[in-house]
Ligand binder design. Structure first.
Ligand SMILES: Cc1ncc(COP(=O)(O)OP(=O)(O)O)c(N)n1
Ligand SMILES: Cc1ncsc1CCOP(=O)(O)O
Ligand SMILES: [Mg+2]
Length: 208
């Protein structure tokens, strides 16, 4: 399996957003360092998720960027994505691994070391840890774990830790110092005036 990209762009499918425009700006800058996680609103249909994921896979291919699908693993399989991401309300990690197969990339959400170790043992390739900081992108989240929470998980597992939640280029150095291998963002790219430039700033902070 190729090494995991460090910059994870999660699609922003809220009304008024244009996730494919953001992706087109990010891809030439981050190329194979980019992991695109197709995440749709809970009330989106499978057909809508499939149509978006299919387009993301096609856009990623020339750049060797990785496409993952959040939650809906049948969509990941249907579009030939590299894998998926699951959390507490989704298939358990072991079941997700069986669905996706042994070579797929499988991300799992984990907020604390015990859950992280269980997810890694069950077959997670990486762990999404957060929210690290306050965010308005997703409602109903628990309190932020901060860099200390990232460190606690990173110290307890051998798989890469991807920090998520309110991440900006400015917060990347602290998260990396806490053990994060990479970061996942929605707003830092979707809300940027110049998503290409914002990609370069995030990537610079991740790879310096
Ligand atoms: C990289 C990454 N980390 C965490 C999450 C959150 O997943 P989950 O807890 O299943 O919540 P939803 O995104 O499904 O609402 C993620 N998607 N990606
Ligand atoms: C899906 C998800 N899970 C935890 S935080 C989050 C949203 C992250 O979005 P942003 O990067 O805009 O804070
Ligand atoms: Mg989920």
């Amino acid at each position: 399996m190729p090494s995991l990209g460090r910059l994870h762009l999660i699609t922003d499918t809220r009304p008024g957003r244009d996730p494919l425009a953001v992706l087109r700006a990010a891809l030439p800058v981050a190329r194979a360092e980019l992991v695109v996680q197709v995440r749709v609103e809970d009330d989106a249909t499978d057909r809508q998720a499939y149509d978006l994921a299919r387009r993301v896979v096609a856009l990623c291919a020339p750049y060797r960027a990785t496409c993952l699908v959040n939650d809906r693993l049948h969509v990941a399989l249907a579009v030939g994505a590299a894998g998926g991401h699951v959390g507490a309300d989704d298939l358990p990690v072991g079941a997700a691994r069986r669905v996706l197969g042994s070579t797929a990339v499988l991300g799992a959400t984990a907020r604390e070391p015990l859950a992280a170790a269980e997810a890694a043992a069950a077959g997670a390739s990486y762990l999404g840890v957060g929210p690290c900081h306050a965010t308005s992108t997703k409602r109903g989240l628990p309190a932020p774990v901060g860099p200390d929470g990232v460190r606690a998980v990173a110290d307890s597992v051998a798989v890469p830790v991807i920090a998520i939640g309110g991440v900006t280029a400015a917060s990347v150095p602290t998260l990396r110092a806490a053990g994060a291998y990479g970061v996942a963002v929605v707003g830092a790219l979707s809300g940027a005036v110049d998503p290409g430039r914002a990609t370069a700033e995030l990537l610079g902070a991740l790879t310096c």
